[in-house]
Design a protein around this ligand. Structure first.
Ligand code: NAD
Length: 377
């Protein structure tokens, strides 16, 4: 089976889909791995590093795509690339399916079996391939690092001959994978941390990391069967804003990570809340790319609103590309390995498998994902 690994084309992307150790793993499985020339440069891997582990380097983009049985990449494929791929080719990477209706149609009509890694079920067995978790975890870490550099104060308490310095207060909104890592990172740096999530089940996890859970009674909130938050009613959003106002006003740093599956992120910090914060405080909006949790945040900018610095950097994992690529690559390698038929030396598309049912978006000229069909009409 010929596996092509494509160089990223999205402007500003620093991460890469596959690092040499994963290529070596695929070669050992019996795959014929072809890597687009220059694939690893943003992470300091040369073409020679890939050749050493058994990959063939191909400079001809078109030829590489046309002959591949499987294509591995980081971000979604450009439309023009889809047209070059063979009918029946398996494509694996991010797809952003809820915002890419046209691309999905193209993949469908070209007969591509396209996996969207965002759609992998959040089950124990799929954890080793879960790119949302591996990247969100790093995003949570980077969000704290960005806050540290923007804040005019230090995080830890210090007792010095010149007096005692109080620890900074950090408030984390949304306690999924990113929020948990942000809590842990801020705690490690000595900050006093509070957190809130609409899923009350996370309270114990917040406490176990040494942070305080802010309790707000919103009535019935719950979560979906996959553990995702449900969308709040407008009344609940208002109650949440009122309940968080004090924690925001007291915080030196607010980090928002709230997301809703298949929908734009909820807008939960408004101008009035920013106006109540102390001048010089920092707000990091981790949801800026999916609509923004914070009113006024701008993609890839730090804007000052009423004396508060609002950080809207996109692609936070891309700020630590070597680590982010290491874990993304491991996720991809585990995905291929999980479905690899060792005898036939090929990837086996098991249509009845729960992971495939979750993440395979198009197959055999049809939209395959029931979840996608139920959300995108
Ligand atoms: P996510 O990125 O979808 O959302 C981030 C957080 O925002 C969530 O905790 C969500 O509850 C929260 N949120 C949504 N609306 C909010 C609001 N208005 N105010 C405050 N918070 C709000 O979440 P995720 O990190 O992708 O995790 C989703 C689920 O998957 C969780 O239940 C998580 O525990 C689970 N998970 C399971 C596994 C596994 O078992 N393999 C791995 C990773 C994650």
């Amino acid at each position: 089976m010929k596996i092509a690994v494509m160089k990223e084309t999205h402007g500003g992307e620093t991460r890469i889909p596959l690092i040499p150790p994963t290529v070596e793993k695929l070669v050992k499985l019996g795959a014929e791995v072809e890597v687009e020339a220059g694939l690893g440069l943003t992470c300091r891997y040369t073409d020679a590093d890939y050749e050493k582990v058994g990959a063939k380097i191909v400079a001809d983009h078109e030829a590489l795509l046309k002959s591949a049985d499987m294509v591995l990449r980081l971000r979604k494929p450009p439309m023009a690339d889809v047209e070059l791929m063979k009918k029946g080719c398996i494509q694996v990477g991010y797809l952003d399916p809820f915002n890419e209706k046209e691309l999905l149609e193209k993949l469908k009509t070209c007969g591509i079996s396209a996996f969207s890694l965002e759609m992998l079920p959040r089950t124990t067995i799929a954890q080793k391939m879960d790119v949302l978790s591996s990247q969100a975890n790093l995003g949570g870490y980077v969000a704290v690092m960005e806050a540290v550099t923007q804040l005019d104060k230090i995080f830890p308490m210090m007792t010095t001959p010149a007096g005692t310095i109080k620890p900074s207060r950090v408030f984390i909104i949304g306690v999924g994978v990113a929020g948990l890592q942000a809590i842990a990172t801020a705690r490690r740096l000595g900050a006093r941390v509070e957190a809130f999530d609409t899923r009350p089940v996370v309270e114990e996890q917040v406490k176990s990391l040494g942070a305080k859970f802010v309790k707000i009674d919103l009535g019935e909130t719950g979560q979906t069967k996959d553990g995702y938050a449900k969308q709040l009613t407008p009344e609940q959003v208002q109650m949440q804003k009122e309940g968080m106002a004090k924690a925001c006003a007291q915080a030196d740093v607010v980090i928002t990570t709230a997301q809703l599956f298949g929908r734009p992120a909820p807008r939960i910090v408004d101008r009035a809340m920013l106006a109540q914060m102390q001048p010089g405080s920092v707000v990091v909006d981790m949801a800026v790319e999916t609509g923004g949790n914070v009113e006024g945040s701008e993609l890839d900018k730090v804007v000052e609103i009423d004396g508060v610095k609002v950080v809207g950097f996109g692609n936070l994992p891309g700020r630590v590309p070597m680590t982010a690529s290491q874990v993304y690559s491991a996720n991809l390698g585990n995905f291929v390995d999980h479905f690899w038929d060792k005898e036939a030396k090929t990837f086996k598309l098991k249509l009845e498998d729960e992971i495939v049912k979750g993440a395979l978006m198009t197959h055999n000229g049809e939209i395959f994902s029931e979840t996608y069909k139920s959300i995108v009409k």
